[in-house]
Design a protein around this ligand. Structure first.
Ligand code: HEM
Length: 179
């Protein structure tokens, strides 16, 4: 996984949960000296163990930490990758995400970016089908909450199928505007 995700996770932990939480979590993972570079790649297992350790130290669930981190991450992402955020609406922005992820990881020979396919049952709805062996749909849902905040829109998300329950993909049903 690209270092940008590690860096965002560290930033979220430090700002939302406290520097001591990050220091203790990294120590528990044997990563006390690790410095993550945005454009480098690191083993997925390192991220998973760090997320688990942060959750333990902060006495939260792994899903809570992943969701909060996703929600937190949109603001810094919008500052680093501002051109991607030039979109008419949250829906238009989200529909570009498959292309964004493929292009961001193109330079990695063994890249396995998350993939998204879309269905639009109506103007106010978008179904995002998320596929990744990392099964980080909770992180995706946090990111979507951050996108809603960024575009000052209301988005309700219902996950109708989940890879963690044995489905081949996660299906996120989004409704835009008041429900
Ligand atoms: C312009 C905004 C965004 C940029 C630049 C971006 C970029 C990235 C990059 C570089 C990775 C690491 C991928 C890898 O190493 O294989 C990643 C991971 C991820 N991104 Fe984004 N992302 C953005 C927005 C979003 C949004 C809005 C969603 C949700 C729909 C999303 C969902 C995910 C998920 C779930 C992962 C974890 C990796 C996985 O599931 O395999 N991202 N993103």
């Amino acid at each position: 996984m690209k270092g940008i995700i590690f860096k965002l996770f560290e930033e979220y932990t430090e700002n939302a949960l406290g520097r001591e939480v990050l220091t203790e979590a990294k120590r528990r993972c044997g990563l006390e000296k690790a410095i993550f570079l945005a454009t480098s790649s690191y083993p997925d297992e390192q991220l998973f163990s760090l997320v688990k350790a942060v959750a333990e130290v902060a006495q939260k669930s792994v899903d809570e930490v992943l969701y909060e981190c996703g929600k937190y991450a949109i603001k810094p992402l919008s500052e680093i990758y501002s051109p991607f955020f030039r979109a008419e609406s949250a829906k238009d922005f989200l529909k570009k995400m498959d292309r964004v992820h493929v292009s961001m990881t193109r330079s990695l020979p063994d890249a396995r970016p998350p993939r998204f396919t879309y269905r639009e049952p109506s103007e106010r709805e978008l179904v995002i089908v998320y596929r990744s062996p990392r099964r980080l749909c909770t992180f995706a849902k946090g990111l979507i909450a951050g996108v809603a905040e960024y575009f000052q829109e209301q988005i309700t998300v219902e996950e109708k199928h989940c890879m963690k329950q044995g489905h081949p993909a996660c299906e996120l049903h989004l409704t835009f505007g008041e429900t």
